[in-house]
Design a protein. Structure first.
Length: 155
C-alpha cells in the first residue's frame, strides 16, 4: 500500500527517532500523536515501522529488561510493571524476564542489600531488617528472595 505524503513524512521522522534509540509501539504512537498525526495515519506508519524492523516490541522488552536490571538494579516485578505500563502483552514481558540470569539476579539482590545495610542507621535489628526489606521491595524484587537475601546479609 502506498503511503500519503503526510504518512511518509511521519514515517521518516519516526524511523529517525527509532534509529537513535529502541522504541516500543506505545512510545511511537504517543510520539506520533504529539506530532499531530491522526490515529488512522499513525496506524499505517506504525505498521510500516514494524514491517521494516524499526519497531519490535519483543526486542524492546528484552533490551529494556536487561538495561533496567544492569544499570538501575531493578527487580523483575518493577521491570514487568513498567513493561505492562508500556502496553506490552504478558508473553512479551515473560520472554524479557527469561533474559535475566537467575544467578546474576541473586547476586545483584545481595549486593544492593549489603550496600543499603551499610547506610542504615538503626540499632534495633528488627527495624534494620524491615528497612532492608522495604528497600528491596521498592526496587521490585520478589518477597521470598528478599527474605532469604536479608537473612544471608544480616547473619
Amino acid at each position: 500500500m502506498e503511503m500519503t505524503s503526510r504518512q511518509s513524512e511521519a514515517f521518516y521522522r519516526a524511523a529517525a527517532l527509532c534509529s537513535r534509540a529502541e522504541k516500543c509501539s506505545a512510545d511511537v504512537l504517543t510520539k506520533l500523536s504529539q506530532w499531530g498525526v491522526d490515529e488512522m495515519d499513525a496506524g499505517v506508519v506504525l505498521k510500516q515501522l514494524i514491517e521494516e524492523k524499526y519497531v519490535d516490541d519483543e526486542r524492546f522488552a528484552r533490551s529494556f529488561a536487561k538495561d533496567k536490571f544492569r544499570f538501575n538494579k531493578w527487580g523483575k516485578i518493577k521491570i514487568a510493571y513498567q513493561l505492562h505500563a508500556k502496553r506490552m502483552n504478558s508473553n512479551t514481558v515473560d520472554l524479557s524476564m527469561n533474559g535475566i540470569d537467575d544467578e546474576a539476579y541473586w547476586e545483584m539482590l545481595i549486593e544492593i542489600i549489603t550496600e543499603k545495610n551499610k547506610s542504615v542507621k538503626v540499632p534495633n535489628p528488627y527495624d534494620r531488617k524491615a528497612k532492608l526489606i522495604r528497600f528491596a521491595q521498592a526496587r521490585g524484587f520478589e518477597m521470598d528472595l528478599i527474605y532469604r537475601a536479608v537473612e544471608e546479609v544480616l547473619t
